[in-house]
Design a binder for this molecule. Sequence first.
Ligand SMILES: [Zn+2]
Length: 98
Amino acid sequence: MEREKWVILACPPTNINEVLTGTGVPEYVPTVDHSLAQCADCGTDMWVGPNQQAAATRAPDATLLLCMACGIKETNRRNHPAVVGHLGGGGGRPRLPS
Ligand SMILES: [Zn+2]
């Protein structure tokens, strides 16, 4: 399958709270079920949710694990409107700062 048809799994970069400082967006707190991965395009560290990880593992040739910034760039490169969905989750125990 060509890359343009791959499902984008957009993940928050680990510096998302710095990026969003002053925007009024509530602070992002990953859960203990999130894991660290690197964006397939820019290599930035990002938080991958358990449902995203499961989707990526099930369909490694049809999914792209990208940070949110690269996910937006990839969406803009495509010639069709993006379908945005949420895989659910996010209700896990918050990961506390160490
Ligand atoms: Zn990226």
